[in-house]
Design a protein. Sequence first.
Length: 255
Amino acid sequence: MSSSKHKLLVIDDSDLIRKAVAMLLENAGYEVEVAAHVAEFDDLLTSWWPDTILTDVQMPDMTGDELCRSLKRRLLVRVVLFSNLPPARLAELAESSGADGYISKLEGFASLPDKLADILRATSSITTSEVPEAGRVILVDDMELGQEVTGTVLAREGFEVRIVANLDEFSKVFATWTPQVILTIPKLTGTEEGEVCQLLKDRMGAKSVPIVFFSDDSSLALSTLAERWGADDGLSKVVGYDKLFKKLRQLCLAS
């Protein structure tokens, strides 16, 4: 596979290793960002989203396999463990954490680009076109990161997705394409929290289309907001995408 536009995040608490690996993989054609620890990784995700995470295992705040388990519960992202642990132990951690692969630092860094490319080829065999269509969804989100992450995840899960950033864009799409569900953040720029639901139903003519709030807020807060504004549900990103997929499929089947 071509790595020319592949976004790769390297997490390692060693300055020397971060710099060496970043230089090596950038020369191989990857777009690379680095983080020294998980907190730094969280900050980075507010403005940039990786296709693959290459993470050290033995780190002070959270081990790489713990990070992998946490990410795999919530997101569709490749995770590759990269450590100087014995290969047999590294293989065990990769399997138990759900990692997409592992690479041993003990084998040297020169072969890292080739080994990483092999893992990416092996984990990219299922394309969006091979996933059965799950339903039609309009995603309303005025943040580019939210559009990229949620839109990509839904497409990989088989949903046909149209992405809009505001009500004007929604109106243009809705005029020629009818969704089975509208998935929206609760607050668009210039609106009250939750008001977007009422605007979509009353001003945009989407009264018959189910509307689901989806954001980083708590499930309780989103459910309360949904009840107040007449949305069909409110789901938190914190609990992961599995519940979202299930809810969207239920609504699509009922439409």
